[in-house]
Design a binder for this molecule. Structure first.
Ligand SMILES: Nc1ncnc2c1ncn2[C@@H]1O[C@H](COP(=O)(O)OP(=O)(O)OP(=O)(O)O)[C@@H](O)[C@H]1O
Ligand code: NI
Length: 353
């Protein structure tokens, strides 16, 4: 056997804190998840839950200090967090590429788009100017920029928002990455363009056989692209697993509430009432307990509950599923189309699909 049985990326007990004037802030608090080759894993959760910090901790884009990263991040079996900066620099951009929310900020306005892609290429590869230009035009073409060779010498302001994001994707692909980390790459775009970019990422993932780690707070986007999801809340993972299982039978009350906000589930598209806890001083027990309609005394003491496997690829961190808990408290009220007890034999929920 080769490396086939080992995930592309394995994150274990990742914790990222920041020293601030008000003391230590814990942005990511002991999270676990993995990404396999060729799959899309979405990290979802409200603003401030630690999605960006988690993904930027993987290749240590986070500045340390004030940040401090602990835990294990294995990429193809190598622990990235213990690598020297020089080796990490080799991995960033080459093996693991990032694209960000706002292409506006990530581009240099003084240089042509073609020059920027060429520059990125030549950082990664020892290629001649002509070869780099040809490869840049090819990449522009592959990310769907029409008349790529004639757009090569245009400046960023001559491109629309969607085209700029396509250029950023082209720049991310210069090193032929095996893992693409995309942090809300479509949030700044209008809905039609967003759909086009998601389709492009999906095509490129097939073509390049990449793993994709995708950050979003938009569950509509998740439904479209995810194979598996990681639901984060206040620095912790509440639930993770196969996207179909979780959309069908969300186990954690937080996941249930996130889904219930969706218009498809009869929600108004608004958010969950209440706010995230102060990351300087998180509550005892489950982080979500202060906003949870099912919270009991046991939810408000000790640590975040240990993850429990509620389905073959679905883990949840909730007292009600743990030892001595009663899952039917959480599952009895018709959450999601596949609602019912954990056994999966109930027919209480609406039967439509
Ligand atoms: N450099 C920093 N210094 C101090 N605190 C930080 C820093 N970066 C992030 N944080 C804090 O860490 C927490 C998690 O932030 P993060 O940006 O990861 O959230 P997020 O889930 O990505 O939110 P959003 O959906 O708004 O992007 C927040 O409380 C944030 O204020
Ligand atoms: Ni973010």
């Amino acid at each position: 056997m080769t490396s086939d049985d080992q995930p592309l990326l394995e994150v274990e007990d990742l914790t990222t804190t920041f020293s601030t004037d008000d003391g230590t802030l814990t942005a990511v608090d002991g999270i676990d998840f993995d990404v396999e080759t060729g799959e899309t894993v979405c990290i979802v959760g409200e603003s401030g839950s630690g999605k960006t910090v988690a993904t930027e901790s993987i290749t240590k884009i986070i500045k340390t200090p004030p940040g401090h990263i602990e835990g294990t991040v294995r990429y193809k079996g190598r622990d990235l967090l213990s690598l020297p900066e020089s080796e990490l620099r080799q991995i960033r951009g080459n093996e693991i590429a990032h694209i960000f929310q706002n292409p506006q900020e990530a581009m240099n306005h003084c240089y042509t788009v073609g020059w920027q892609i060429t520059e990125a290429l030549q950082i990664h590869r020892d290629v001649s100017d002509e070869e780099a230009r040809a490869k840049a035009v090819d990449l522009m073409d592959r990310v769907g920029i029409a008349n790529a060779s004639s757009r090569f010498d245009d400046y960023p302001h001559e491109f629309s928002g969607g085209q700029k994001q396509r250029v950023m994707i082209a720049m991310a692909l210069v090193g032929d990455p095996d893992l693409l980390i995309a942090d809300e790459p479509t949030t700044a775009l209008d809905v039609t363009v967003q759909a086009q970019i998601l389709r492009l990422l999906d095509d490129l993932q097939d073509e390049f056989d990449m793993g994709v780690l995708f950050v979003t707070h938009d569950l509509g986007v998740v439904a479209e692209i995810a194979d598996r999801i990681v639901v984060m809340y206040a620095g912790k993972v509440m639930e993770r697993g196969d996207v179909l299982d979780i959309f069908d039978r969300p186990a954690h009350p937080y996941t249930q509430q996130l889904l219930e906000c969706l218009p498809e589930f009869g929600g108004t598209g608004g958010g969950i009432p209440g706010t995230l806890p102060d990351p300087h001083d998180p509550p005892d027990g489950c982080r979500f307990a202060p906003r949870c309609e099912y919270a009991e005394e046991a939810c408000r003491t000790g640590e975040q509950p240990e993850e429990v496997e509620v389905a073959p690829d679905q883990q949840v961190s909730c007292v009600h599923y743990g030892p001595g808990g009663n899952p039917s408290i959480v599952r009895s009220e018709g959450h999601g189309p596949g609602d019912g007890a954990t056994g999966g034999d109930s027919e209480v929920g609406p039967a439509d699909d």
